[in-house]
Design a binder for this molecule. Sequence first.
Ligand code: P1T
Length: 387
Amino acid sequence: MKKKFAFETLAIHAGEQPDMHEGASGDVAAPIHLSTTFARHEVEHPTGGYEYTRSLNPTRFALESKLAAIENAKYGLAFSSGLAAETAIIMGLLKSGDHVIASDDLYGGTKRLFNRVMNEFGITTSYADVMDNSAFERSITPATRMIWVETVSNPLLKIADIRGLAQIAKRNRLILVVDNTFLSPYFMHPTDIGADIVMHSATKYIGGHSDVLGGVVMTNNDALYKKIQYYQNAAGAVMAPFDSYIVMRGIKTLALRMERHAGNAQKVAEFLAQHNKISRVVYPGLASFPQRVLHQSQASGNGGIITFEITGTVDDAKRFLSRLQIIALAESLGGVESLVELPALMTHSSVAPEERAKIGITDTLVRLSVGIENADDLIGDLEQALL
Ligand code: P1T
């Protein structure tokens, strides 16, 4: 499909135009091809290029085409989880002895993958303050091959300067990888402003309904794509056909959902900012957000995640969380339903306590994923739990 169409149109149509050939059924929604293998007339000629679902599956390929279109990129790849996508990028592109510089504030599972798994294979990682580009530059060694950042970061919502980091990456021949899970392709295209690779946990906004696990990778670079695709087939953590269909279905409403997530989050953040039991609110849509200018220079919206500090002790924070009635106390984010969690004891518990303290993940820091329910109902729920 041509790239001239707007995001909303591509999200619905890219990758799945109805098959109108004589004898075809003309499905408007792409069919789910569950077959693991594909018959051929002759040994050397697979029908339509399909051989075996791990290598290529029509439903996954439809999703991968849609992903490329909505990122304005050349290629898309779909994996069985966000961490499977991360593993494919790292293992597909790096080798033992290579070094990665990652931002200090990352999803706990990503840090665990770098520190406890990749480290065992000889791929080492050092961490730099994502708000200081020169810290990345200072960390470069002769072995450095990759820079890895999240925009917006999990859970402290720090903004990585993608254009600045892209220049550093280019000067030093490094691959810049951006995990854009928190904004989704609707609010930002890192590949348009210099990222070599963008990845997402599709389990979050892209899927959008907390009912499918997935990870996606988009790039414009032919060589990087070929290596990651080779690894996808060789190691095998592909997204299943049924899951590919569910993710495609989620993408069709991504624009609508992201508008509502951000609109609700703005109202909830403003409510929290004036509440006397909340000492600090971090949300890119608030005037108090320290990196507002940088954020606005590279993204078109603020997303649906808010982090805030409850006054008092960790027990006060726990009491608040267990009093909520609509907002579920659960890990994950980006679904239609609001979710809340305590990063220090939940999503980031695998990060060492002294490291958490250093980057600012306190025991009373709460992360709220604002869903698309009625904003006043959400504010009412927070208000009664804060009493
Ligand atoms: O859970 P999975 O689909 O494997 O994705 C991992 C991942 C990668 N990147 C970011 C920014 C993420 O937030 C995640 C997963 N995060 C959570 C489960 C969470 O509650 O933060």
